[in-house]
Design a protein around this ligand. Structure first.
Ligand SMILES: *[C@@H]1O[C@H](CO)[C@@H](O)[C@H](O)[C@H]1NC(C)=O
Ligand SMILES: *[C@@H]1O[C@H](CO)[C@@H](O)[C@H](O)[C@H]1NC(C)=O
Ligand SMILES: *[C@@H]1O[C@H](CO)[C@@H](O)[C@H](O)[C@H]1NC(C)=O
Ligand SMILES: *[C@@H]1O[C@H](CO)[C@@H](O)[C@H](O)[C@H]1NC(C)=O
Length: 397
């Protein structure tokens, strides 16, 4: 175990000794942080009452549901229910979220799929482990994403429990079967084939596998070979999803993790320069994945599969940060050590007072403001084009 992880573990142990009293108080006030609120877009709460002139109904959703598969970039509460160090169920996580409470999202506020759910006219998607399991709860979509998860089953194992990519697809199979049982095979298939699948995974295969040289992987495989392996694994799983009637899929590339505060600290970046050797691997991964996705999309009949290169858009944000309104580009808002990249974000005292001009929220994850930009780009290339061969809006409208 890395030393920084060990120190973080000690912090968590200390805080679990002192925090229970506070939590007991929260629960008696009904503010339990591990509950997973399903928040509707504000327009949905407009309930027409007798006497109002024109009843305001929310516009109908553009698609029936949004299903999310991935890692901490899109986890909306899965890990709250697991034994893991990778968790975001305590302050200051969520402090700028709609509820101003931690939910399990690895950010100060919303994650990209929250912004996209609103664009699609859907409520925020509940996490698979945080909902009741009834079809009613899952009908607008389910989020299976789990922090620490990778494409490779063992990626992230040193953090504790996590639901791997393959396991998440198995959980989706379970959801699909429940839909079929409840509404019949054809209706369930129609619902699934018209829904959007958002898949954001792969970074932990670097952070917690390749870069840690697990099982001597760096000696055995060049990054290129490793990337090819990851891409072909994803390809196989997307075919499995297709066989489960998924047709509209958004596959996210990897962000410039070589610019993340943790690696700036670990690799001893002097003036905040990104770690090129890490970003080079990410560029290769995105290249391999984009090629694989385009080829698969041509092959699978009636499918619409797009690949979104997060690195491209993120480099634009980093380089033109002033025009985006960011003036802190290397330091995380929350954490300890140089660039706040040494110790993970564990308490409100470790956080800056206002994250709105920060790019990084913690040692690995971007702020709400960055997530909004990424989501806007996925939707219609609002700030920069990053999805191929088309944007999400063009895929569904
Ligand atoms: C990876 O691990 C193996 C065996 O533990 C070691 O021999 C090798 O030098 C390591 N490679 C790198 C690049 O650190
Ligand atoms: C493709 O769509 C058409 C028209 O909706 C449908 O008849 C056909 O069965 C679909 N094919 C596959 C492989 O899904
Ligand atoms: C960034 O901008 C904010 C608000 O304009 C200012 O308070 C802060 O000092 C600036 N920080 C840096 C590092 O320039
Ligand atoms: C943070 O700063 C921004 C811009 O300076 C401001 O609009 C926002 O209200 C501030 N947020 C908080 C929570 O103080």
């Amino acid at each position: 175990m890395e030393f920084s992880l060990l120190v973080s573990l000690i912090f968590i142990l200390i805080s679990t000794i002192f925090v229970p009293q506070l939590r007991a108080l929260e629960y008696t006030q009904g503010l339990g942080s591990s509950t997973n609120p399903t928040i509707l877009p504000s327009s949905v709460s407009v309930i027409p009452s007798i006497g109002t002139t024109i009843p305001q109904f929310p516009p109908p959703p553009l698609v029936p549901a949004l299903f999310v598969i991935g890692d901490s970039s899109v986890d909306s509460g899965t890990n709250n229910f697991l034994g893991t160090l990778a968790r975001a169920d305590r302050p200051p996580y969520g402090r700028d979220f709609d509820t101003h409470r931690p939910t399990g999202r690895f950010s100060n506020g919303r994650i990209p799929v929250d912004y996209l759910a609103l664009r699609l006219g859907l409520p925020f998607v509940p996490s698979y482990l945080g909902q009741s399991g009834s079809v009613e709860d899952m009908i607008h979509g389910v989020n299976y994403a789990s922090a620490g998860a990778g494409i490779i089953f063992t990626s992230g194992s040193e953090l504790g429990q996590r639901i791997s990519f393959t396991q998440q697809i198995q959980q989706f199979t379970d959801t699909f079967q429940k839909f079929m049982l409840s509404m019949g095979e054809q209706a369930a298939a129609d619902l699934i084939s018209n829904s959007v699948f958002y898949i954001s995974i792969g970074i932990n295969d670097y952070i917690h596998y390749y870069l840690r040289n697990v099982s001597n992987v760096q000696t055995l495989y060049q990054p290129w070979t490793f990337n090819q392996f990851l891409a072909s694994t994803v390809r196989q799983q997307l075919k499995n999803l297709y066989n489960l009637k998924a047709r509209k899929m958004v596959i996210m590339g990897l962000p410039p993790i070589g610019c993340a505060p943790h690696y700036l600290w670990q690799y001893g970046s002097q003036n905040g320069e990104c770690i090129e050797e890490i970003n080079d691997m990410v560029v290769e991964f995105n290249f391999a994945m984009r090629y694989t996705i385009e080829e698969l999309g041509r092959k699978l009949r009636n499918s619409s599969i797009i690949f979104c290169d997060v690195l491209e858009a993120s480099m634009d944000i980093l380089q033109n940060h002033d025009s985006y309104g960011f003036n802190v580009t290397t330091d995380a808002c929350c954490g300890w050590g140089k660039y706040k990249g040494w110790i993970m974000c564990l308490s409100p005292e470790m956080a800056c007072s206002n994250a709105s001009n920060y790019i990084w929220w913690d040692q690995f994850h971007p702020t709400d403001a960055v997530n909004a930009i990424i989501a806007g780009n996925v939707w219609n290339g609002r700030h920069s084009k990053m999805c191929y061969p088309r944007n999400l809006e063009d895929m569904i409208v």
